[in-house]
Design a protein around this ligand. Structure first.
Ligand code: CA
Ligand code: CA
Ligand code: CA
Ligand code: CA
Length: 442
């Protein structure tokens, strides 16, 4: 399409009556209103207007239920210039609205009124036909969204109708019309650009999803509506379910990246998947995308939901000094057996299910990245260890593990040590994770 400027399109509303000229309704009011007087209106540029006369109209057909109550039968865009409304009787008022407000307004006949002749004298009479149907014809405007028709004398709205479906249908059928925009919008890529290495049951994590959108043309720039939905399998909840954005004015062959953040909460332990699906669509009724196959893409992300556990580094000792020298060759650590709710843990945990060979201890980032120190003896010592008060022991058995502190990837400023590993229960093997305070001794 050749994009017509707004000013030119708006001007057409006022030139129309003059350009068409001709028949005025017999009962029209005198042209005392200067706005209705063609002799003092600006002279239109007929040559330019005629050469580019691809004028179209929007025809709204209704059936009447009452003088100020009509039902839309259909709405259609036709390839004909709208008739002049100059001098039309002020029976109905037609307002055409767009997203930005009023586009144009004119007075028109009320189709429910019928003209008749008086038996004597041959004068005209008017009466309301209760069975009437009729139509209003407005000049086409690509930005039109709504038509509102008012019965002027009754000061009552006759009908209000959405024009966008009719305009979209016209542009789908005539995508190369100068008022239509034909753009092949496409989702080029959907990727998870940032996500934590694990999730913790009961805690929120943030995942960032990037969608790359383009406009393959031929027309542009085009406003692009982008909708991304998150579909989570069992055991994980993603909010919000949907995020939408309008990417304004995407030029032909431009890549535009939209980045959205999603909150993921692990509900149960294990590997859970979340699928993010992005879809592009045109935003305006007069914009059409005739290639649907490239409008949607998905990506699936797997999150490992770990069970949070309580660890007591150096059971019975406080502070928990971690000696990075030879003195830290066998640093003990207890994974406590806890009930649901104890120490704020959402799930009960039996430390005797810890698989010792999978345990890694060290700096948080290091162990989440797959590093850290391994259990020195590759085995678990089940014993009644110390609670976090370092003085009391409860009745259940806890898991005591030993690590070489210098394998933990600690740096001098670290104040926490973290443990990650697997635990095996009848339902399967899952990840656990817990941290405790440390004092690093270089
Ligand atoms: Ca497309
Ligand atoms: Ca301790
Ligand atoms: Ca316990
Ligand atoms: Ca215990």
């Amino acid at each position: 399409m050749r994009r017509t400027t707004n000013s030119r399109r708006r001007l057409a509303w006022w030139l129309l009556p003059v350009a068409v000229g001709g028949a005025l309704w017999a009962g029209a009011p005198a042209l005392s209103d200067p706005a209705n007087d063609p002799t003092i209106q600006p002279i239109p540029d007929f040559a330019a207007d005629a050469a580019a006369d691809e004028a179209k109209s929007i025809v709204v057909r209704v059936s009447f239920n009452g003088r100020a109550n009509a039902t839309v039968i259909d709405i259609e865009v036709v390839d004909e210039r709208a008739p002049s409304h100059l001098g039309a009787p002020p029976l109905s008022k037609v307002d055409v609205l767009g997203e930005a407000g009023l586009i144009g307004t004119f007075n028109d006949w009320h189709p429910m009124w019928e003209l008749g002749e008086e038996a004597a004298g041959g004068g005209e009479t008017r009466r309301l036909n209760p069975q009437a149907s009729g139509r209003w014809i407005a000049p086409f405007d690509r930005d039109a969204t709504t038509i509102v028709v008012t019965d002027i004398a009754a000061a009552d709205e006759i009908v209000r109708a959405d024009l966008t479906a009719a305009i979209h249908e016209f542009c789908l059928a005539s995508p190369d019309d100068e008022d239509c925009l034909r753009a092949d919008l496409a989702v080029e890529a959907v990727t998870v650009s940032a996500a934590p290495p694990i999730g913790l049951v009961g805690a929120d994590a943030t995942i960032t999803v990037e969608t790359v959108v383009t406009n393959n043309g031929p027309d542009g720039p085009a406003d692009v509506g982008l909708t991304t939905t998150a579909a989570a399998g069992p055991g994980v909840t993603v909010t919000p379910a949907t995020q939408s954005a309008t990417l304004p004015g995407v030029a032909v062959n431009a890549d535009v990246t939209e980045s959205d953040q999603w909150t993921v909460r692990c509900d149960t332990p294990g590997q859970h998947t979340v699928t993010f699906t992005s879809t592009v669509a045109t935003v305006h009724a007069a914009d059409v995308d005739l290639v649907a196959a490239n409008n949607t893409r998905s990506t699936t992300h797997t999150i490992d939901c770990a069970v949070p556990v309580t660890v007591n580094i150096k059971p019975g000792g406080d502070p928990n000094s971690i000696n990075l020298g030879a003195g830290g060759n066998n640093a003990p650590l207890a994974v406590l057996t806890t009930t649901a709710g104890e120490y704020g843990n959402p799930l009960a945990f039996d430390a005797r299910t810890v698989v010792a060979t999978t345990a890694r201890f060290g700096n948080r980032t290091v162990v989440l990245g797959g590093g850290g120190g391994a259990e020195t003896h590759d085995r678990r010592h089940d014993e009644r260890s110390y609670e976090l008060d370092e003085r009391t022991r409860d009745a259940d058995l806890d898991a005591v593990l030993h690590f070489r502190a210098r394998d933990g990837g600690f740096t001098t400023g670290d104040t926490e040590g973290c443990l990650i590993g697997k635990f095996a229960v009848p339902a399967g093997t899952f990840t656990f994770f817990g941290c405790g305070p440390v004092r690093i001794v270089p």
